[in-house]
Design a protein around this ligand. Structure first.
Ligand SMILES: Cc1cc2nc3c(=O)[nH]c(=O)nc-3n(C[C@H](O)[C@H](O)[C@H](O)COP(=O)(O)OP(=O)(O)OC[C@H]3O[C@@H](n4cnc5c(N)ncnc54)[C@H](O)[C@@H]3O)c2cc1C
Length: 457
């Protein structure tokens, strides 16, 4: 039990509570805090919030037609004003949402409210926490804390009763309309379409050809993809280990050193340089810096971009959207455009064996096969989330990008969040029982068979 007053920020996607936010709420409840659940959403989210009142929480729905179409910058503004009214001791949120997955709002709130941010809690024991970056500490009052999926939200007791959801619209919040919704959002979605990054022509073979396919892939000469200079932007500033990415998309790629700089210092530097496009390596520290600096500069920030190009003089940022099934082209209408991006995978490992959910029952056999080929192991997020393989090996949008000579996808369905990170591989070989699995559209060779047949002598 604690005296703490905690605001938990919640997001719903297709009626489902974001599981990361569910973990944050469960931790607050477990601690016995005085909890207010806050969600900024269309009126249709009221039912879902009402159900949560059965857990004994106060529920606030922030909704107004004026807020519709808000990007992270204006969402941060609206939520910050709501939090000011609630004056909580702590603010809890999920590390990311399952649809947008940007994780930008908490650091933006931190900048607006002058509250410290503690990202990525992996262990929670009342006031003591451990974060993904390893720090173990007690929770400082005032902080904004983000949680990994470390808990499942409890079910309400059958005897519990529903409470009222408070609806706060702009007659309650009295916000500046120019800073809300589409008007207050510097990023704009130009178009969205089905993602095809890294698509390949798949030739099917049988399980007995597995070794021959690997040998063929290993002997293949790696071709460098031609870069189209007409699509390049004049000048890109970049922070972190993403020189190659910046050079790929700009005539001039200029490194910046952000170490030891606060968001105020960094904003001043960008303004004095007249920077128009700034890329940030997608690592926790720089993602936070990007979000905080976007608040101070008003830049349009687009997270987890997979590619960029120049089109009619605009800098187009491309990222997966709507849970990743769709790719969106986004522009910044502000003077500056910020994007977070992963480094290009280093061609260090010759062969990577990637383990998907379908491969988990064969882990010992795969480990010894990988040893035989000198292959490195990697995994999908489902496997990592289940705690079977360490997080560092996760390949994908929220993991790492890889570019080995040969990428062997074992029991992987081929979600866009996964395939967007293997586009740089020399050859992709996929093994999956489902001939229609999406992974085959992103593979050079396919074995539509059970993994167990790879181990037959
Ligand atoms: C915002 C967001 C970010 C994400 N980031 C990532 C990320 O970084 N990386 C990532 O990987 N995912 C990510 N995901 C998750 C992604 O959408 C998929 O859910 C995930 O990649 C699926 O993992 P999987 O292929 O292992 O499992 P599944 O989709 O369950 O696929 C398992 C496959 O195994 C096959 N199979 C089953 N048994 C066998 C067998 N015996 N032999 C052969 N094949 C078999 C099945 O046919 C199936 O195709 C993200 C999702 C979201 C919403």
């Amino acid at each position: 039990m604690t005296e703490m007053k905690i605001v938990v920020l919640l997001k719903f996607f297709r009626g489902e509570l974001n599981p990361f936010d569910g973990a944050a709420l469960e931790c607050a409840l477990e601690w016995g805090a005085d909890v207010t659940a806050v969600s900024m959403a269309p009126p249709s989210a009221k039912d879902a919030l009402e159900n949560l009142t059965r857990l004994g929480v106060r529920a606030v729905l922030i909704t107004d037609p004026l807020f519709a179409g808000s990007d992270t910058l204006s969402t941060g503004y609206i939520l910050a004003e709501a939090i000011k009214r609630l004056e909580p001791d702590l603010v809890f949120a999920g590390r990311q949402s399952i649809d947008g997955d940007t994780g930008q709002v908490p650091p933006m709130l931190s900048e607006r409210l002058g509250r410290e941010i503690i990202p990525g809690v992996i262990e929670f024991d009342g006031g003591r926490i451990q974060t993904r970056s390893g720090a173990e500490a007690s929770l400082p009052r005032g902080a904004i804390v983000t949680f990994e999926r470390i808990r499942n939200l409890r079910f309400p007791s059958i005897f519990s009763k529903k409470g009222e959801v408070e609806v706060w619209d702009n007659t309650t919040l009295r916000l500046d309309g120019d800073k809300c919704g589409i008007k207050g959002s510097p990023t704009r979605v130009l178009r969205s379409y089905e993602s095809t990054v890294g698509r390949r022509n798949c030739t099917f073979s049988d399980a007995g050809s597995f070794d021959a396919l690997i040998q063929k892939a290993l002997s293949k000469k790696t071709e460098k993809t031609a870069e189209d200079a007409t699509l390049k932007t004049d000048e890109i500033y970049y922070v972190g280990d993403i020189k190659k990415v910046a050079e790929r998309y700009a005539e001039r790629a200029i490194p910046l050193d952000a170490s030891g700089k606060t968001s105020e210092m960094f904003s001043r530097e960008l303004r004095s340089l007249g920077a128009r496009v700034v890329l940030f390596e997608s690592v926790e520290k720089l993602r936070i810096l990007a979000a905080k600096t976007a608040v101070l500069t008003g830049a349009g920030l687009c997270a987890d971009c997979v590619s960029f190009r120049r089109e009619n003089g605009s800098f187009i940022m491309t990222r997966p959207a709507l849970g990743g099934n769709v790719t969106a082209d986004i522009v910044s209408d502000a003077e500056m455009a910020f994007a977070t991006v992963r480094p290009e995978g280093k061609r260090d490992g010759e062969i990577v064996f990637a383990i998907g959910k379908g491969a988990v029952p064969y882990l010992p056999e795969i480990r010894s096969l990988a040893e035989k080929y000198g292959a490195t192991l990697a995994a999908t997020r489902s496997v990592v989330d289940a705690g079977i393989i360490p997080y560092e090996t996760q390949v994908g949008l929220t993991g790492k990008t890889v570019a080995p000579k040969v990428y062997v996808a074992l029991g992987i369905s081929g979600a866009v969040q996964h395939t967007s990170a293997i586009a740089g591989a020399g050859t992709v070989i996929a093994v999956n029982t489902d001939k229609d699995a999406r992974i085959f559209d992103y593979s050079d060779y396919g074995i539509a068979d059970d993994i167990k047949n790879l181990f037959k002598e």
